[in-house]
Design a protein. Structure first.
Length: 323
């Protein structure tokens, strides 16, 4: 690795005028900070949006919406450019055309990690700022990520956790925020989703819930944007069997074998229905799994029924929407 500056990379030494004041005030401020882009964006209101790499479709959508709406309200979205929640939050912020984003990474600024986020790194660096405490050439290794998370917490005025597993890496950011007296908020998730175990635990422990960007803006004492009118709910005509399958689907990936067990259908019958639901935009598929993706106003025949969970005659065990 090399500590020498590279084209486009600026070196900031603690105590220099160019060192970001918000980070210089932190008791664990890096002695040397490397940046691409304009560190002056850190003078704006800042919110760290963090979460699991193995996010659900629900989690990524919520993270992208938060990133977009916060950026529109003039808030810098700080995240770690990782897969899953981090990347979704930054994509949302970039799509807004509002406040520029800030990224903090665990490698040198010339070592893109993960590689598939190369475009995202470039956009964040070009339109906002990209920060690292590591010189160019430094590879991303596991022990560097908690240190990266500590910088994100130090930069943030509020930390929002969208999805997090029981021992997820985002909890390092939470711990660093709590140590600094920075408010932590969490997005509620399904009690059946492993990706929401950590966030739901934070809510149980007293963190403020996040329903949308306005809740975060309230915590920042910034004028609320006003919740937008909900988009018209699509009305899709489904027959009894399609309705039963849709209500059986979870809002996180569910294995095809599990759907066969829940519905009692034959594979060929279930496959036809799932394909039809996917064409209607109500579900999406992966490698051997399916998940529900939309709240739909469903028109059915009078005989349409809600399926019961195994061993439950009332249907109370069939999970039909996000928590």
């Amino acid at each position: 690795m090399s500590a020498l500056p590279q084209p486009g990379v600026t070196v900031h030494r603690l105590g220099d005028p160019s060192y970001p004041p918000v980070l210089a005030a932190d008791h664990h401020a890096p002695t040397v900070l490397f940046s691409r882009g304009d560190v002056a964006v850190l003078a704006r209101p800042r919110v760290a949006v963090v979460g699991t790499r193995s996010a659900t479709h629900y989690g990524e959508e919520v993270a992208a919406e938060l990133g977009r709406d916060l950026a529109r309200a003039g808030v810098v979205v700080v995240s770690g450019l990782a897969l899953g929640i981090d990347g979704a939050a930054h994509c949302g912020a970039l799509s807004a055309g509002g406040a520029p984003p800030a990224g903090v990474v665990a490698s040198g600024l010339d070592v893109v990690y993960p590689r598939r986020h190369a475009w995202l790194w470039e956009q964040v660096a070009t339109r906002g700022t990209l920060l690292s405490q590591y010189p160019v050439g430094t590879q991303a290794v596991a022990w560097r990520f908690p240190l990266r998370n500590r910088i994100m917490a130090a930069l943030a005025q509020v930390v929002v956790v969208v999805e997090c597993h029981r021992r997820g890496g985002a909890l390092h950011t939470v711990e660093a925020a709590v140590e600094r007296g920075i408010p932590v908020m969490a997005v509620p998730g399904s009690v059946r989703s492993p990706a929401s175990v950590g966030t739901n635990a934070l809510l149980y422990e007293g963190c403020q819930p996040v329903r949308d960007a306005d809740d975060v803006l309230t915590a920042l004492d910034i004028e609320r944007t006003g919740r937008p009118e909900p988009s018209p709910t699509p009305h899709v005509a489904l027959d009894d069997d399609a309705t039963a399958v849709l209500h059986t689907l979870d809002w996180q990936p569910t294995a095809t074998d599990e759907l066969l067990r829940r519905t009692g259908m034959r594979l060929e019958e279930l496959a036809v229905i799932l394909d039809r639901l996917e064409e209607s935009g109500l579900v999406r598929s992966g490698s051997g799994w399916w998940e529900r993706t939309a709240e739909a106003g469903i028109r059915t025949s009078p005989k349409a029924r809600r399926p019961s969970a195994p061993g439950c005659s009332t249907g109370c065990g069939a999970y039909a929407g996000p928590a």
